[in-house]
Design a protein around this ligand. Structure first.
Ligand SMILES: [Zn+2]
Length: 235
């Protein structure tokens, strides 16, 4: 019994943590790659370090706001859908209480209870908090996974800022090696984020981390190329 229950329990916890952790790591990677790409592109065009820093600041501010707004809009629509579901369920409960009680009983039978036990449980759940019971059993809703737009917006902007701050460290290096340093800090930052999320989620981080590092460095190299071409044709 213990052998069957324990792994499921652990897995459940990791799945719950996976959502926000994944979002935070993705946001940080986004910030890191887009800001270092911006700065590398501007540096490749021959700009002074102060100009590279200015471009980085503008890009990090724009990116953080865009992330916050995008996340707010998408989580808000999710919240609207949840609210509509809730209103519909509430209406059903007032209009057809017997049918809803039977529906809840059926859902509990599907979960493995006998008809008798399911009826008993359905009645007790309905007495306690009918709406909550229906949202859980029918829609898989729990308080901890309700959509929270403001929280999501702040979290994604904060993770973008955290990642986007890292490439600025490269500007502390002398001008002739700043591009090299940007590649190095980005490589290290992506590696650290990947390893952290792998360890925290209990998965082997090697493959996803390698993917994100290769993707990130390719994005930087491409932007560097664009900046260098712009430099030779315009500068
Ligand atoms: Zn229902």
């Amino acid at each position: 019994m213990v052998d069957i229950v324990d792994p499921l329990h652990v897995e459940h916890h990791k799945a719950g943590r996976g959502g926000w952790l994944r979002a935070a790591v993705l946001g940080a990677n986004d910030g890191l790659v887009s800001i270092s790409s911006t700065m590398v592109g501007v540096a490749a065009a021959g700009a002074a370090s102060a100009t590279v820093a200015t471009a980085g600041v503008a890009a990090i501010a724009a990116g953080a706001f865009a992330m916050a707004v995008g996340e707010y809009v998408s989580v808000s629509s999710q919240a609207d859908i949840e609210a509509a579901d809730e209103a519909l369920e509430r209406e059903h409960l007032t209009r057809h209480p017997e049918a809803e009680l039977e529906e809840l009983t059926q859902l509990l039978i599907q979960r493995g209870l006998s008809r008798e036990t399911a009826m008993q449980a359905a009645m007790e759940l309905t007495e306690h908090d009918a709406l909550d019971a229906h949202l859980r059993e029918e829609l898989g809703r729990h308080e901890h996974n309700d959509a929270r737009p403001v929280q999501a917006a702040i979290a994604s902007a904060a993770s973008f800022l955290t990642g986007g701050f890292i490439p600025f460290l490269a500007l502390l290096a002398p001008e002739d090696i700043r591009v090299k340093m940007m590649f190095i800090v980005t490589f290290l930052g992506l590696g650290a984020a990947g390893t952290f999320s792998g360890v925290a989620s209990g998965m082997n981080p090697a493959k996803p981390t390698a993917r994100v590092i290769i993707g990130g460095l390719l994005a930087m190299a491409a932007t560097y190329g664009v900046g260098a071409i712009f430099h030779t044709t315009v500068g």
